[in-house]
Design a protein around this ligand. Structure first.
Ligand code: RP5
Length: 162
């Protein structure tokens, strides 16, 4: 895609085991020709890696970071605390069907917001679409694609349920 400046999205996840779901985020970004950098980074297992990644993201002017984690999911919150780049949270399925992940991602005390998507695959896809929506405010080519995606989406929905 030709743009004046190529936007880049960071996609981080707490474990390799999150990839099956987070692949949907990357596939959605790919379908819009958005460049991304996907990495396994855990707030508690690899905190130094997280700090290093955030510094790189700032240096490289990433415009959105998508952070997925499951269980006591603090990756998105910690990432958001280290940067002013918008961080979107995606709760992963877990032993409590993702309710723990959802609450620990979304329930940020006032001060550091983490806009949080749905649990699992729907959230993974929507995190990419929301990142695209943010980018669309700045990049007309991306907005155009998003509008096309929306209208195609509508065409796929049948008028009648039978
Ligand atoms: C979280 O713990 C990860 O994001 C993952 O969803 C969950 C389980 O991780 P593994 O034990 O599969 O590595 O940190």
């Amino acid at each position: 895609m030709k743009t004046i400046k190529e936007p880049k999205v960071g996609v981080i996840m707490g474990s390799k085991s999150d990839w099956d779901v987070m692949k949907n985020t990357c596939d959605t970004l790919k379908s819009f020709n958005i460049k991304f950098d996907a990495r396994v980074i855990s707030a508690h297992r690899t905190p130094k890696r997280l700090e290093k990644f955030i510094k790189e993201a700032e240096r490289s002017n990433y415009e959105v970071i998508i952070a997925a984690a499951g269980g006591a999911a603090h990756l998105a919150g910690v990432a958001a605390s280290l940067t002013t780049i918008p961080v979107l949270g995606v709760p992963m399925l877990s032993v409590t069907k993702g309710i723990d992940s959802l609450l620990s991602t979304v329930q940020m005390p006032a001060g550091i917001p983490v806009p949080t998507l749905a649990i699992g695959k729907a959230g993974a896809i929507n995190s990419a679409l929301f990142a695209i929506t943010i980018l669309g405010r700045k990049y007309p080519e991306i907005l155009k694609k998003l509008k096309k995606y929306r209208s195609n989406f509508e065409k796929k929905i049948p008028q009648k349920p039978y």
